[in-house]
Design a protein around this ligand. Structure first.
Ligand SMILES: O=P(O)(O)OP(=O)(O)OP(=O)(O)OC[C@H]1O[C@@H](n2cnc3c(O)ncnc32)[C@H](O)[C@@H]1O
Ligand SMILES: [Mg+2]
Length: 172
């Protein structure tokens, strides 16, 4: 089985590889950068979900893979708080597309203000945490949960939801 992942982000590719290998040890993987079709920094639940779906479909289209995964991080405002939200999607050869959401967590005002001003969360987090490439490593979630959950683990949960839904469909 060939599994394609629509990103070169290490937190995302490691999450897909770890979860899929647990259930399909024979799986092979490829990573390609694809268009998300949405802004680099999605600003709503709708836009973040759409980015994940677009990435999954584009990934399947641009490879020979059996499965195409798309994972997307974004933010959305609820009342007075900006939350980081995370979505994933899987596209299958029979045209099935499954999407699921994962963790949401609050961003402090000093980070939220920068994102509202038009900056991407990734570089804002690097400046905030005084680290490089947080988006490929612990991520904002790692920083704001004091390291209890990192970005890869957060995406593993979403990928598990997606693989579980594929298994459910196959057993129907
Ligand atoms: O190469 P891609 O796959 O695009 O990986 P990315 O890290 O840019 O991830 P997303 O596009 O899915 O995320 C949208 C934006 O939000 C940022 N972001 C989302 N979650 C983050 C997190 O936990 N830590 C740091 N940045 C995060 C990310 O860096 C982008 O600026
Ligand atoms: Mg991105």
């Amino acid at each position: 089985m060939l599994v394609a992942i629509g990103t070169q982000n290490k937190a995302k590719t490691s999450a897909v590889e770890k979860v899929v290998r647990t259930y399909f040890p024979e799986a092979n993987f490829i990573h390609i950068n694809v268009e998300s079709g949405v802004a680099a920094q999605p600003m709503s639940t709708e836009e973040t979900r759409q980015g994940a779906i677009n990435r999954a479909k584009n990934t399947l289209q641009q490879t020979e893979a059996d499965w195409g995964f798309g994972l997307e991080g974004g933010v959305h405002q609820l009342e007075d708080t900006l939350y980081c939200c995370n979505w994933g999607a899987i596209a299958l050869r029979d045209g099935t597309v499954i999407s699921s959401a994962g963790a949401q967590f609050m961003l402090p005002n000093e980070v939220a203000n920068e994102v509202h001003a038009g900056q991407e969360l990734g570089p804002v987090m690097d400046a905030f945490a005084q680290k490089e490439n947080t988006r490929h490593n612990e991520g904002a979630i790692g920083i704001f949960t004091n390291g209890l959950i990192n970005r890869q683990q957060m995406f593993e949960h979403i990928v598990t939801l997606l693989v579980g839904q594929v298994l459910y469909l196959n057993n129907k």
